[in-house]
Design a protein around this ligand. Structure first.
Ligand SMILES: [Zn+2]
Length: 399
Protein backbone atom coordinates (compact mmCIF):
# COMPACT_ATOMS: atom_id res chain seq x y z
CA UNK A 1 0.00 0.00 0.00
CA UNK A 2 2.79 2.45 0.87
CA UNK A 3 4.48 1.78 -2.47
CA UNK A 4 1.37 2.70 -4.46
CA UNK A 5 0.55 5.69 -2.24
CA UNK A 6 4.10 7.07 -2.13
CA UNK A 7 4.23 9.00 -5.47
CA UNK A 8 0.76 10.60 -5.16
CA UNK A 9 1.00 14.36 -4.70
CA UNK A 10 4.69 14.18 -3.78
CA UNK A 11 6.93 17.14 -4.60
CA UNK A 12 10.22 16.07 -6.19
CA UNK A 13 11.81 19.29 -4.98
CA UNK A 14 11.10 18.84 -1.26
CA UNK A 15 10.07 15.21 -0.88
CA UNK A 16 6.98 16.53 0.93
CA UNK A 17 3.34 15.93 0.07
CA UNK A 18 0.97 18.51 -1.43
CA UNK A 19 -2.33 16.69 -1.33
CA UNK A 20 -4.79 19.58 -1.10
CA UNK A 21 -8.56 19.24 -1.18
CA UNK A 22 -10.18 18.87 -4.58
CA UNK A 23 -6.90 18.99 -6.56
CA UNK A 24 -5.52 16.38 -8.97
CA UNK A 25 -3.40 14.93 -6.13
CA UNK A 26 -6.54 14.60 -4.00
CA UNK A 27 -8.31 12.82 -6.88
CA UNK A 28 -5.36 10.40 -7.14
CA UNK A 29 -5.63 9.64 -3.40
CA UNK A 30 -9.38 9.09 -3.70
CA UNK A 31 -8.85 6.71 -6.62
CA UNK A 32 -6.22 4.87 -4.56
CA UNK A 33 -8.76 4.51 -1.70
CA UNK A 34 -11.40 3.17 -4.08
CA UNK A 35 -9.00 0.62 -5.57
CA UNK A 36 -7.87 -0.61 -2.14
CA UNK A 37 -11.51 -0.95 -1.06
CA UNK A 38 -12.61 -2.71 -4.24
CA UNK A 39 -9.65 -5.11 -4.08
CA UNK A 40 -11.08 -6.13 -0.68
CA UNK A 41 -14.65 -6.42 -2.01
CA UNK A 42 -15.88 -3.47 0.05
CA UNK A 43 -18.72 -1.21 -1.13
CA UNK A 44 -17.43 2.32 -1.73
CA UNK A 45 -19.58 5.42 -1.47
CA UNK A 46 -18.77 9.12 -1.31
CA UNK A 47 -21.06 11.08 0.98
CA UNK A 48 -22.60 14.49 0.31
CA UNK A 49 -19.58 16.23 1.86
CA UNK A 50 -16.95 14.35 -0.12
CA UNK A 51 -15.92 11.84 2.55
CA UNK A 52 -15.24 8.33 1.21
CA UNK A 53 -16.59 5.24 2.96
CA UNK A 54 -15.78 1.58 2.27
CA UNK A 55 -18.30 -0.82 3.79
CA UNK A 56 -18.15 -4.43 4.87
CA UNK A 57 -21.73 -5.37 5.74
CA UNK A 58 -24.93 -3.36 5.53
CA UNK A 59 -24.35 0.38 6.00
CA UNK A 60 -27.97 0.91 7.01
CA UNK A 61 -27.94 -1.80 9.71
CA UNK A 62 -26.63 0.69 12.31
CA UNK A 63 -24.16 0.35 15.19
CA UNK A 64 -21.27 0.18 12.70
CA UNK A 65 -17.64 0.12 13.78
CA UNK A 66 -15.77 2.69 11.70
CA UNK A 67 -12.05 3.31 11.39
CA UNK A 68 -9.90 5.46 9.10
CA UNK A 69 -8.42 8.93 8.89
CA UNK A 70 -7.53 11.29 6.02
CA UNK A 71 -5.29 11.24 2.93
CA UNK A 72 -4.83 14.99 2.36
CA UNK A 73 -1.76 16.84 3.64
CA UNK A 74 -0.42 20.17 4.81
CA UNK A 75 1.97 21.97 2.40
CA UNK A 76 5.03 19.70 2.13
CA UNK A 77 3.60 17.33 4.69
CA UNK A 78 4.94 13.94 5.69
CA UNK A 79 3.86 10.50 4.53
CA UNK A 80 2.20 9.34 7.77
CA UNK A 81 -0.12 12.09 9.10
CA UNK A 82 -3.46 10.80 7.86
CA UNK A 83 -2.41 7.98 5.51
CA UNK A 84 -1.12 5.80 8.38
CA UNK A 85 -4.68 5.62 9.72
CA UNK A 86 -6.14 4.66 6.33
CA UNK A 87 -3.39 2.16 5.41
CA UNK A 88 -3.61 0.60 8.89
CA UNK A 89 -7.39 0.31 8.54
CA UNK A 90 -7.10 -1.73 5.34
CA UNK A 91 -4.21 -3.75 6.81
CA UNK A 92 -6.20 -4.43 10.00
CA UNK A 93 -9.10 -5.72 7.90
CA UNK A 94 -6.68 -8.05 6.08
CA UNK A 95 -5.40 -9.23 9.45
CA UNK A 96 -8.93 -9.93 10.72
CA UNK A 97 -9.78 -11.89 7.59
CA UNK A 98 -6.57 -13.90 8.05
CA UNK A 99 -7.70 -14.61 11.62
CA UNK A 100 -10.96 -15.96 10.20
CA UNK A 101 -13.20 -13.89 12.48
CA UNK A 102 -16.86 -13.25 11.70
CA UNK A 103 -18.36 -9.80 12.03
CA UNK A 104 -21.53 -9.20 14.00
CA UNK A 105 -21.50 -5.44 13.33
CA UNK A 106 -20.98 -3.63 10.01
CA UNK A 107 -17.45 -2.31 9.52
CA UNK A 108 -16.45 0.76 7.51
CA UNK A 109 -13.18 2.39 6.55
CA UNK A 110 -13.37 6.15 6.01
CA UNK A 111 -11.24 8.75 4.24
CA UNK A 112 -12.34 12.17 5.51
CA UNK A 113 -12.04 14.99 2.99
CA UNK A 114 -9.99 18.15 3.55
CA UNK A 115 -8.79 17.38 7.08
CA UNK A 116 -5.73 19.62 7.07
CA UNK A 117 -7.46 22.69 5.68
CA UNK A 118 -4.33 23.47 3.63
CA UNK A 119 -6.31 24.95 0.75
CA UNK A 120 -9.26 26.76 2.34
CA UNK A 121 -7.77 27.59 5.72
CA UNK A 122 -10.23 25.61 7.85
CA UNK A 123 -9.33 22.16 9.19
CA UNK A 124 -11.61 19.08 9.19
CA UNK A 125 -14.07 20.46 6.62
CA UNK A 126 -15.45 17.02 5.66
CA UNK A 127 -16.13 15.87 9.21
CA UNK A 128 -17.25 19.34 10.39
CA UNK A 129 -19.87 19.50 7.63
CA UNK A 130 -21.11 15.97 8.37
CA UNK A 131 -21.35 16.70 12.10
CA UNK A 132 -23.10 20.04 11.53
CA UNK A 133 -20.19 21.99 13.06
CA UNK A 134 -19.67 23.93 9.82
CA UNK A 135 -22.74 25.36 8.15
CA UNK A 136 -23.34 25.14 4.44
CA UNK A 137 -23.36 28.96 4.27
CA UNK A 138 -19.93 29.25 5.92
CA UNK A 139 -18.55 26.45 3.74
CA UNK A 140 -19.73 28.28 0.63
CA UNK A 141 -17.76 31.35 1.73
CA UNK A 142 -14.44 29.46 2.01
CA UNK A 143 -11.89 30.54 -0.61
CA UNK A 144 -8.40 29.37 -1.50
CA UNK A 145 -5.39 31.65 -2.09
CA UNK A 146 -6.41 32.09 -5.75
CA UNK A 147 -9.94 33.14 -4.79
CA UNK A 148 -11.52 29.83 -5.87
CA UNK A 149 -14.46 29.02 -3.61
CA UNK A 150 -14.97 25.60 -2.02
CA UNK A 151 -18.15 24.88 -4.06
CA UNK A 152 -16.41 25.80 -7.34
CA UNK A 153 -13.42 23.60 -6.40
CA UNK A 154 -15.74 20.67 -5.61
CA UNK A 155 -17.56 21.18 -8.87
CA UNK A 156 -14.30 21.27 -10.83
CA UNK A 157 -13.40 17.93 -9.21
CA UNK A 158 -16.72 16.44 -10.38
CA UNK A 159 -18.72 16.66 -7.15
CA UNK A 160 -22.04 18.38 -6.52
CA UNK A 161 -21.55 21.19 -3.98
CA UNK A 162 -25.31 21.71 -3.71
CA UNK A 163 -25.48 18.47 -1.72
CA UNK A 164 -23.15 19.53 1.12
CA UNK A 165 -24.52 19.93 4.63
CA UNK A 166 -25.15 18.11 7.91
CA UNK A 167 -25.40 14.34 7.61
CA UNK A 168 -26.97 13.14 10.89
CA UNK A 169 -28.40 10.00 9.25
CA UNK A 170 -24.95 8.81 8.24
CA UNK A 171 -23.43 9.57 11.63
CA UNK A 172 -26.33 7.77 13.32
CA UNK A 173 -25.18 4.55 11.62
CA UNK A 174 -21.90 4.67 13.54
CA UNK A 175 -21.69 2.88 16.88
CA UNK A 176 -17.97 3.56 17.38
CA UNK A 177 -15.27 5.45 15.50
CA UNK A 178 -11.60 4.63 16.09
CA UNK A 179 -8.94 6.74 14.35
CA UNK A 180 -5.34 5.54 14.31
CA UNK A 181 -2.81 8.34 13.82
CA UNK A 182 0.93 8.85 13.91
CA UNK A 183 1.83 10.59 17.18
CA UNK A 184 2.70 14.26 16.72
CA UNK A 185 4.94 14.45 19.74
CA UNK A 186 7.40 12.27 21.63
CA UNK A 187 5.36 10.93 24.55
CA UNK A 188 5.47 7.33 23.25
CA UNK A 189 9.14 7.61 22.39
CA UNK A 190 9.84 8.77 25.93
CA UNK A 191 7.67 6.06 27.53
CA UNK A 192 9.11 3.36 25.24
CA UNK A 193 5.75 2.16 23.85
CA UNK A 194 4.92 1.59 20.16
CA UNK A 195 1.19 2.33 20.59
CA UNK A 196 -0.91 4.53 22.88
CA UNK A 197 -4.56 5.45 23.46
CA UNK A 198 -5.73 9.07 23.32
CA UNK A 199 -7.28 10.53 26.44
CA UNK A 200 -8.19 13.98 25.14
CA UNK A 201 -7.40 16.67 22.61
CA UNK A 202 -6.11 19.76 24.37
CA UNK A 203 -8.17 22.94 24.20
CA UNK A 204 -6.50 25.39 21.85
CA UNK A 205 -6.95 28.82 20.37
CA UNK A 206 -5.48 31.60 18.26
CA UNK A 207 -5.08 35.20 19.35
CA UNK A 208 -4.02 38.21 17.29
CA UNK A 209 -1.85 40.81 19.02
CA UNK A 210 -1.76 44.30 17.45
CA UNK A 211 1.00 46.55 18.76
CA UNK A 212 0.62 50.10 17.37
CA UNK A 213 3.45 52.62 17.69
CA UNK A 214 4.82 55.34 15.47
CA UNK A 215 6.75 54.89 12.21
CA UNK A 216 9.90 56.99 11.99
CA UNK A 217 13.41 57.13 10.57
CA UNK A 218 15.69 54.40 11.96
CA UNK A 219 18.71 56.68 11.66
CA UNK A 220 17.54 60.04 12.92
CA UNK A 221 15.01 59.26 15.65
CA UNK A 222 16.54 59.44 19.11
CA UNK A 223 16.01 56.30 21.23
CA UNK A 224 14.18 58.39 23.84
CA UNK A 225 11.72 59.66 21.22
CA UNK A 226 10.69 56.29 19.84
CA UNK A 227 7.40 54.43 20.16
CA UNK A 228 8.64 51.15 18.70
CA UNK A 229 6.03 48.34 18.78
CA UNK A 230 8.66 45.71 17.99
CA UNK A 231 9.99 45.98 21.55
CA UNK A 232 6.82 45.05 23.48
CA UNK A 233 6.14 42.41 20.80
CA UNK A 234 9.57 40.86 21.46
CA UNK A 235 8.95 40.93 25.23
CA UNK A 236 5.57 39.25 24.63
CA UNK A 237 7.16 36.42 22.62
CA UNK A 238 9.51 35.76 25.54
CA UNK A 239 6.61 35.96 28.02
CA UNK A 240 4.65 33.40 25.98
CA UNK A 241 7.53 30.97 26.20
CA UNK A 242 7.96 31.58 29.93
CA UNK A 243 4.24 31.29 30.81
CA UNK A 244 3.85 28.11 28.74
CA UNK A 245 6.92 26.52 30.26
CA UNK A 246 5.74 27.28 33.80
CA UNK A 247 2.30 25.77 33.14
CA UNK A 248 3.40 22.70 31.14
CA UNK A 249 1.53 24.13 28.15
CA UNK A 250 2.65 25.31 24.69
CA UNK A 251 2.44 28.82 23.25
CA UNK A 252 3.85 29.96 19.92
CA UNK A 253 4.09 33.19 17.97
CA UNK A 254 4.60 31.67 14.52
CA UNK A 255 3.31 34.41 12.26
CA UNK A 256 4.02 38.12 12.22
CA UNK A 257 3.19 41.11 10.01
CA UNK A 258 5.12 44.37 10.26
CA UNK A 259 4.22 47.80 8.84
CA UNK A 260 5.80 49.49 7.00
CA UNK A 261 8.22 46.53 7.01
CA UNK A 262 11.23 48.56 5.97
CA UNK A 263 14.74 47.78 7.12
CA UNK A 264 15.44 51.46 7.92
CA UNK A 265 12.06 52.28 9.48
CA UNK A 266 10.84 52.00 13.05
CA UNK A 267 7.60 49.99 12.63
CA UNK A 268 4.20 51.61 13.08
CA UNK A 269 2.48 48.26 13.59
CA UNK A 270 3.59 44.80 14.66
CA UNK A 271 0.89 42.16 14.42
CA UNK A 272 1.68 38.75 15.86
CA UNK A 273 -0.46 35.63 16.00
CA UNK A 274 -0.35 33.48 19.13
CA UNK A 275 -1.27 29.78 19.08
CA UNK A 276 -1.68 28.38 22.61
CA UNK A 277 -2.71 24.95 23.89
CA UNK A 278 -2.85 23.28 27.30
CA UNK A 279 -4.13 20.09 28.88
CA UNK A 280 -7.19 21.84 30.36
CA UNK A 281 -9.03 25.13 29.89
CA UNK A 282 -8.13 26.55 33.31
CA UNK A 283 -4.42 26.15 32.55
CA UNK A 284 -4.88 27.63 29.09
CA UNK A 285 -6.74 30.64 30.59
CA UNK A 286 -3.89 31.14 33.03
CA UNK A 287 -1.25 31.05 30.28
CA UNK A 288 -3.22 33.42 28.04
CA UNK A 289 -3.82 35.79 30.95
CA UNK A 290 -0.13 35.83 31.86
CA UNK A 291 0.90 36.58 28.27
CA UNK A 292 -1.66 39.39 27.97
CA UNK A 293 -0.55 40.99 31.22
CA UNK A 294 3.06 40.96 30.06
CA UNK A 295 2.05 42.40 26.68
CA UNK A 296 0.02 45.18 28.32
CA UNK A 297 2.79 46.09 30.73
CA UNK A 298 5.49 46.26 28.06
CA UNK A 299 3.24 48.09 25.57
CA UNK A 300 2.56 50.78 28.20
CA UNK A 301 6.25 51.09 29.02
CA UNK A 302 7.06 51.79 25.35
CA UNK A 303 4.11 54.09 24.69
CA UNK A 304 2.55 51.53 22.35
CA UNK A 305 -1.17 50.72 21.98
CA UNK A 306 -2.17 47.10 22.32
CA UNK A 307 -5.21 45.29 20.91
CA UNK A 308 -5.80 41.55 21.50
CA UNK A 309 -8.40 39.64 19.47
CA UNK A 310 -9.33 36.00 19.98
CA UNK A 311 -9.66 34.62 16.44
CA UNK A 312 -10.61 31.06 17.26
CA UNK A 313 -11.06 28.71 20.21
CA UNK A 314 -11.65 24.97 20.35
CA UNK A 315 -12.65 23.56 23.75
CA UNK A 316 -11.16 20.39 25.17
CA UNK A 317 -12.26 17.10 23.55
CA UNK A 318 -12.47 14.41 26.18
CA UNK A 319 -12.83 11.09 24.35
CA UNK A 320 -15.67 8.90 25.59
CA UNK A 321 -14.48 7.12 28.69
CA UNK A 322 -16.43 3.88 28.12
CA UNK A 323 -14.92 3.35 24.65
CA UNK A 324 -11.48 4.44 25.83
CA UNK A 325 -11.64 1.98 28.73
CA UNK A 326 -12.83 -0.74 26.34
CA UNK A 327 -9.77 -0.11 24.13
CA UNK A 328 -7.49 -0.22 27.16
CA UNK A 329 -9.08 -3.52 28.23
CA UNK A 330 -8.79 -5.10 24.75
CA UNK A 331 -5.19 -3.97 24.26
CA UNK A 332 -4.32 -4.81 27.86
CA UNK A 333 -5.21 -8.45 27.12
CA UNK A 334 -3.26 -8.63 23.85
CA UNK A 335 -0.39 -6.16 24.17
CA UNK A 336 -0.06 -5.51 27.89
CA UNK A 337 -0.50 -2.12 29.49
CA UNK A 338 -0.93 0.64 26.92
CA UNK A 339 -0.26 4.28 27.84
CA UNK A 340 -3.08 6.83 27.68
CA UNK A 341 -1.99 10.27 26.49
CA UNK A 342 -3.38 13.66 25.54
CA UNK A 343 -2.51 15.52 22.36
CA UNK A 344 -2.24 19.12 21.26
CA UNK A 345 -3.28 18.41 17.65
CA UNK A 346 -6.79 18.46 16.20
CA UNK A 347 -8.31 15.46 14.34
CA UNK A 348 -11.51 14.34 12.61
CA UNK A 349 -11.98 12.11 15.67
CA UNK A 350 -12.22 15.27 17.77
CA UNK A 351 -14.99 16.61 15.54
CA UNK A 352 -16.88 13.31 15.46
CA UNK A 353 -16.63 12.83 19.22
CA UNK A 354 -19.46 15.34 19.68
CA UNK A 355 -21.79 13.04 17.69
CA UNK A 356 -20.58 9.45 18.15
CA UNK A 357 -18.48 7.42 20.64
CA UNK A 358 -14.94 8.05 19.43
CA UNK A 359 -11.45 6.88 20.35
CA UNK A 360 -7.93 7.25 18.97
CA UNK A 361 -4.79 5.15 18.82
CA UNK A 362 -1.36 6.73 18.38
CA UNK A 363 1.69 5.10 16.82
CA UNK A 364 5.14 6.11 18.05
CA UNK A 365 6.98 8.82 16.14
CA UNK A 366 10.65 8.65 17.18
CA UNK A 367 11.42 12.31 16.51
CA UNK A 368 7.99 13.75 17.26
CA UNK A 369 8.25 15.72 13.99
CA UNK A 370 5.08 15.99 11.91
CA UNK A 371 3.74 18.22 9.13
CA UNK A 372 7.19 17.84 7.55
CA UNK A 373 8.86 15.36 5.19
CA UNK A 374 10.90 14.25 8.23
CA UNK A 375 7.75 12.75 9.83
CA UNK A 376 8.47 9.07 10.52
CA UNK A 377 7.25 5.86 12.07
CA UNK A 378 9.29 2.65 12.07
CA UNK A 379 7.89 -0.37 10.23
CA UNK A 380 7.75 -2.48 13.40
CA UNK A 381 5.75 0.26 15.15
CA UNK A 382 3.39 0.58 12.17
CA UNK A 383 2.82 -3.18 12.33
CA UNK A 384 2.21 -2.98 16.08
CA UNK A 385 -0.35 -0.27 15.27
CA UNK A 386 -2.08 -2.53 12.74
CA UNK A 387 -2.22 -5.39 15.27
CA UNK A 388 -3.60 -3.07 17.94
CA UNK A 389 -6.22 -1.70 15.56
CA UNK A 390 -7.14 -5.24 14.45
CA UNK A 391 -7.49 -6.30 18.10
CA UNK A 392 -9.71 -3.31 18.81
CA UNK A 393 -11.89 -3.86 15.73
CA UNK A 394 -12.19 -7.56 16.55
CA UNK A 395 -13.13 -6.79 20.15
CA UNK A 396 -15.73 -4.24 19.09
CA UNK A 397 -17.18 -5.79 15.91
CA UNK A 398 -16.71 -9.54 16.29
CA UNK A 399 -17.22 -10.59 19.92
ZN1 LIG B 1 -3.86 14.03 10.65
Amino acid sequence: MWRSLRPLGRSDATGGYRRYAWTAADADCRLWFRMQAEARRLDVETDRNGNQWAWLGDPTAGDAVVTGSHLDSVPDGGAFDGPLGVVSAFAALDELRARGVSFRRPLAIVNFGDEEGARFGLACVGSRLAAGQLTREKAFELRDADGVSLPRAMEAAGYDPEAIGPDPERLARIGAFVELHVEQGRALDLSGDPVGIASAIWPHGRWRYDFRGEANHAGTTRIADRRDPMLPYAETVLAARREAELAGAVATFGKIAVEPNGVNAIPSLVRGWLDARAADEATLDEVIGGIQNAAREHAARHGVELGVTRESFTPVVDFEHALRDELARILGESAGKVPVLGTGAGHDAGILSASVPTAMLFVRNPTGVSHSPAEFAAEDDCLAGVRALADVLEGLACH
